[in-house]
Unconditional design. Structure first.
Length: 332
């Protein structure tokens, strides 16, 4: 059981994270890859990404096993941008690496540490650099194509939690945070693989919704860093592929955007892709696709992100909502 001990000051400083956290999603998605109980929610994603795992991912997977403790140093600079978290991982202090690996060995007594863990425990920058590079490559290959949907679902959860907080205060939010949550001020209790107490001592708790966290909440063992509680969000089983528009809505969308732009938006919603890939999917030329993608981007229906030497296009939350015939919140 995990027991989080609040004070009035800590409760006043507790916040809901605004975005999915880069390294928490990397580590929790590695849990999903290693488990065969992903079911209809993550099964299709798992089947796709298993075919394009980057080299070295087995090292990250070893440190992020499907159950139990994952070294705290793998999730540094929580809430910071991707590049900042990777740099923080590369700069892990020797004492931190050694302490976390000792904890890892104690929590997983049946696991035999591979030889590369020796230099890692000494804070070897080359090993830490390889872990950071692998996390970067893994994100590009396995998470980036779906990141816009991940962000949209985390934002949706945050809106729901904010409404709970406005309606019923921390009482309602904490009682519904997780199926195992038991809240009686000043202690929040949640099911956990081990017995652990987190004393906030006036520090605020960051409530971090996670897309790939599936069953239990996750927290840090080290009481030193800013405290965080990672919790799973609810999922739509068909999140991987947006529902195809009905014939009537497809015609309406084509009338609104034009046939080529509607087809490109639908293709981009099925997974991030390059201009050439989207052109092939929609049976048009790359220059024509590029011209229409520019218009869609200017309308905030797609976003274009550079990943190393490649630009990947994906549907925004607004674009996905338009495809699904949902009402989208627009800035006034």
């Amino acid at each position: 059981m995990l027991r989080v001990h609040f004070t009035g000051e800590a409760l006043a400083r507790t916040v809901l994270a605004a975005e999915p956290d880069f390294m928490w999603e990397v580590t929790t998605s590695l849990h999903r890859l290693q488990r065969r109980d992903s079911g209809v929610v993550f099964g299709p994603w798992r089947s796709r990404v298993l075919q394009r795992l980057p080299a070295g991912v087995q090292h990250l997977s070893f440190l992020a096993p499907s159950k139990g403790y994952c070294p705290d140093f793998l999730t540094p600079a929580r809430g910071a941008p991707r590049f900042a978290q990777l740099e923080a991982l590369r700069a892990t202090h020797r004492a931190t690496a050694r302490t976390d690996l000792e904890e890892f060995r104690a929590r997983h007594p049946r696991l035999r540490l591979p030889s590369w863990c020796g230099p890692l425990a000494e804070g070897d920058g080359r090993v830490l650099g390889r872990l950071a590079d692998t996390a970067d490559a893994y994100f590009d290959a396995c998470l980036a194509p779906y990141w816009e949907r991940v962000r949209a679902e985390v934002h949706r959860d945050r809106v729901q939690r904010a409404a709970q907080l406005a309606r019923g205060g921390w009482d309602e939010l904490f009682r519904t945070l997780h199926r195992s949550a038991r809240w009686s001020y000043p202690v929040l209790e949640l099911d956990y693989p081990v017995n652990q107490d987190l004393h906030l001592h006036g520090r605020g708790l960051v409530l971090q919704p996670s897309f790939f966290c599936r069953f239990n909440v996750v927290s840090l063992v080290d009481p030193g860093p800013p405290p965080v509680l990672v919790y799973p969000i609810d999922h739509d089983a068909g999140w991987l592929r947006p529902a195809a528009p009905s014939t009537a809505s497809a015609k309406a969308l084509a009338a609104l955007l034009g046939g080529t732009r509607a087809a490109l938006l639908q293709a981009a919603a099925e997974g991030a892709a390059t201009t050439q890939q989207l052109a092939c999917r929609t049976h048009t030329t790359a220059p024509n696709a590029s011209r229409h993608l520019t218009a869609l981007r200017e309308a905030a229906l797609i976003r274009s992100d550079r990943h190393r030497n490649t630009v990947l296009h994906s549907a925004t939350h607004l674009g996905t909502a338009l495809l699904n015939g949902q009402e989208a919140a627009l800035p006034v």
